[in-house]
Design a protein around this ligand. Structure first.
Ligand SMILES: Nc1ncnc2c1ncn2[C@@H]1O[C@H](COP(=O)(O)OP(=O)(O)OP(=O)(O)O)[C@@H](O)[C@H]1O
Length: 370
């Protein structure tokens, strides 16, 4: 699937000029409040007809200002999940699910069963929305959108109205859905935790413009993203594979370098078993640099790297871009340290990882200083 979006639109006091493409899996539109994410999604859905541009889905033109084509929303076969579920209050969960199903020409009971199973809805089928928690309502809303057999699923901050506990409850379902379903998702969020956990591609929005786009790992490790991500957002995002649990309470995680080799990290014991995938995040502040193999440190995780770029961040601090195999990292150090270490592009060094957060697949999350 390819989604190709290019939109120019002006509201009084705000102008949007953004182009991006999305593919299979989850494409996250990420950015601060008011950066233009919802406006983009509404244009894709056909709920807004912008001043100029186009929206194409798998090569089909849904809207093109130059040729005057505008396909109305109900013909686009795009599912839309809003912040709050918007279920029919007088219908049961089953009826709410089937409403979407029948609406789009009927379908097979098998499909209903698959989605009920995927989203854990079986115990809720006979209840009405008033008897559901916020997270349960969202699961039903997602199920209903999926049953309409969309070509694309739009999710606009689907977790924003939920408290932390409900978010934690629904995220594993979203992860399973995005891993196992072949419906591509355009996912709006201003939560970095959600984006790093779910997205295969990130479009970073800032003040109506696309600041950056790429894989979450590329976007997080690029100094260009810093102003949109905020100081604690930038860093590295790594895909690892649990290799073994050690006798002294640690878990060894392998980091394939994309070139046939693998480095190992040691983390506090994870719930995931050997062979399972985990996603890890390391903030730019949590990487120390050394020109020589560091010795006598309590930190367990040291990776060799090469400097690929240096950017002045703010007075007295530098962002250092690093590559270790095919993995990208961003470290924030003082300008003085960068000068003392004589850092420059192509210089080899060692990264000491002070703290690694497990954001998906492993356990409770949170940072683990090692
Ligand atoms: N119908 C409208 N009329 C005038 N201005 C609008 C309209 N819709 C949106 N805007 C403005 O356009 C800007 C972008 O809004 P949009 O909702 O797309 O941002 P967003 O990134 O989705 O924000 P949030 O994360 O808060 O939902 C905002 O400044 C908003 O006030």
């Amino acid at each position: 699937m390819t989604l190709d979006v290019s939109i120019r639109h002006a509201f009084p006091g705000f102008s949007l000029d953004a182009a991006f493409t999305g593919g299979a899996g989850v494409t996250a539109l990420f950015g601060r409040s008011g950066s233009g994410k919802t406006t983009l999604v509404q244009a894709v859905a056909g709920l807004l007809r912008p001043d100029a541009g186009h929206v194409r889905l798998n090569g089909e033109v849904l809207w093109d200002s130059s040729s005057g084509i505008f396909m109305p929303p109900h013909r686009r076969r795009i599912g839309y999940v809003f912040q709050e579920g918007r279920l029919f209050p007088h219908l049961t969960v089953r009826q709410n699910l089937l409403y979407g199903h029948a609406f789009n020409g009927g379908g097979r009971a098998v499909e209903l069963e698959r989605i009920v199973d995927l989203l854990g809805l079986a115990p809720l089928l006979s209840r009405r929305p008033a008897a559901l928690s916020g997270g349960e309502k969202q699961r039903v809303a997602i199920g209903r959108a999926l049953l309409s057999r969309p070509r694309l699923l739009l999710m606009d901050e689907p977790l924003a109205a939920l408290d932390e506990a409900r978010k934690a409850e629904i995220l594993p379902y979203l992860e399973r859905l995005t891993r196992t379903s072949d419906v591509p998702v355009l996912y709006v969020s201003h939560s970095l935790a959600e984006v790093t956990r779910l997205a295969s591609r990130v479009v970073l929005m800032e003040a109506g413009r696309v600041r950056h786009s790429g894989t979450p790992a590329e976007v997080l490790a690029d100094p260009l993203s810093l102003s949109a991500l905020g100081p604690s957002g930038a860093g590295a995002l790594l895909e690892g594979i649990v290799r073994a649990h050690t006798e002294d309470g640690l878990t060894e995680v392998g980091l394939p370098d994309g070139e046939g080799g693998e480095s190992r990290l040691l983390l506090p014991r994870l719930a995931a078993g050997p062979g399972e995938r985990v996603r890890l995040r390391i903030e730019a502040e949590d990487i120390l640099l050394s020109r020589h193999v560091p010795q006598g440190l309590s930190a367990l995780n040291v990776l060799p790297a090469k400097v690929t770029g240096l950017t002045e961040a703010q007075t007295g601090s530098m962002l250092v871009q690093l590559a270790s195999g095919s993995r990208r990292f961003l470290a924030r150090i003082t300008t003085r340290s960068a000068a003392n270490l004589e850092l420059a592009p192509d210089v080899s060094c060692f990264m000491v990882l002070k703290s690694v957060a497990v954001i998906a697949g492993g356990q409770t999350g949170g940072h683990a200083g090692m």
